[in-house]
Design a binder for this molecule. Structure first.
Ligand code: SAM
Length: 224
C-alpha cells in the first residue's frame, strides 16, 4: 500500500495534529494564543476569499491575522484593551491598516477597567513597559521608556503612605527618579514628594490620569 494511492481518513472532530506543533516563533505572550495553522484550517474550510471573518473573542488576533493572510476581510472584537493593542500591532506588522474603535477614552471608563488593564493602559501611555513580575511587583508596576520606575494606583486622593512605599521600592531598585500615576493626590502626598526630593535626593513625579490623558502622545518631562 502506498500513501499517495490511499484516500486516507477525512479529518474528524478531534484535531490533535495542529496543537501539538506548538506556537514557536508565533508566540506573542498572550496566555490563550492559538496556532495560526489551526485557525487557517478553520477559516479555509468554512469561508471563501473576500468573505468576512468575525472573531468576537479575538485575544491577540490569531483569527484576523490568518484571515488577512488568506485574503478574507476581518473584524476582531475583545473586551480587553490589552488584547486590542496586541491585535493592532499584529495587524500593522502584516501591513494591514486596522481601525481600532471603542478603546477607553474617558476617565470614567478608566476607573472601571480591571486593575491589570488600567496598569497596562497607563504604562503604554507613558511609552513604557510593564514590570515582568506577575503578582508581587514589589511596588513597581512598570518602567518608563527611559527606565524610571512607574507605580500605578487606580484610586483617588493618594496619601503620604503610598509615596513612602514607592520610595522604598525605588531605593530597593536603586532608582532616584520615579513616576506615580493616580486619579488624584492628597496634600500629604505632595508634601512627602517635596520632602523626599529635599532630604533623600529622590525625584518623584506625581501624574494624574487627566495629566497623562492631556499629554496625548507627548512624554511628560520626568526630570523637571
Ligand atoms: C481564549 S481567548 C482568545 C484567544 C485567541 N484565539 C488567540 O489566539 O489569541 C478569549 C478572549 O475573549 C475575551 N473576552 C472575554 N469575555 C469577552 C466579552 N464579553 N466580549 C469580548 N471579548 C471577551 C478575553 O479577553 C480573551 O482575550
Amino acid at each position: 500500500m502506498y500513501l499517495d494511492e490511499m484516500p486516507g481518513v477525512p479529518l474528524q472532530d478531534l484535531w490533535i495534529d495542529v496543537l501539538s506543533a506548538g506556537l514557536g516563533k508565533e508566540k506573542l505572550g498572550y496566555p490563550t494564543q492559538k496556532p495560526e495553522l489551526l485557525l487557517e484550517r478553520i477559516i479555509k474550510t468554512s469561508s471563501n476569499p473576500s468573505d468576512i471573518v468575525l472573531d468576537p473573542f479575538c485575544g491577540c488576533g490569531t483569527a484576523i491575522a490568518v484571515a488577512h493572510k488568506s485574503g478574507r476581510r476581518w473584524i476582531g472584537i475583545d473586551v480587553s484593551p490589552t488584547a486590542c493593542n496586541l491585535m493592532e500591532k499584529r495587524m500593522q506588522s502584516l501591513r494591514a491598516s486596522p481601525i481600532v474603535i471603542g478603546m477607553p477614552m474617558l476617565e470614567s471608563e478608566l476607573r472601571h477597567l480591571p486593575p491589570f488593564e488600567f496598569q497596562n493602559w497607563v504604562v503604554r501611555r507613558l511609552f513604557g513597559r510593564v514590570s515582568a513580575r506577575k503578582s508581587s511587583d514589589m511596588g513597581i508596576d512598570g518602567y518608563t521608556f527611559e527606565g524610571h520606575p512607574i507605580q500605578v494606583k487606580q484610586s483617588e486622593d493618594i496619601g503620604r503612605n503610598v509615596i513612602d512605599n514607592f520610595e522604598t521600592a525605588m531605593r530597593r531598585a536603586k532608582k532616584t527618579i520615579g513616576v506615580i500615576v493616580a486619579f488624584s493626590f492628597g496634600k500629604g502626598a505632595y508634601e512627602e514628594i517635596d520632602r523626599a526630593k529635599l532630604h533623600d535626593g529622590l525625584s518623584i513625579k506625581a501624574l494624574t490620569v487627566s495629566d497623562i490623558m492631556k499629554t496625548g502622545r507627548e512624554l511628560p518631562d520626568f526630570n523637571s
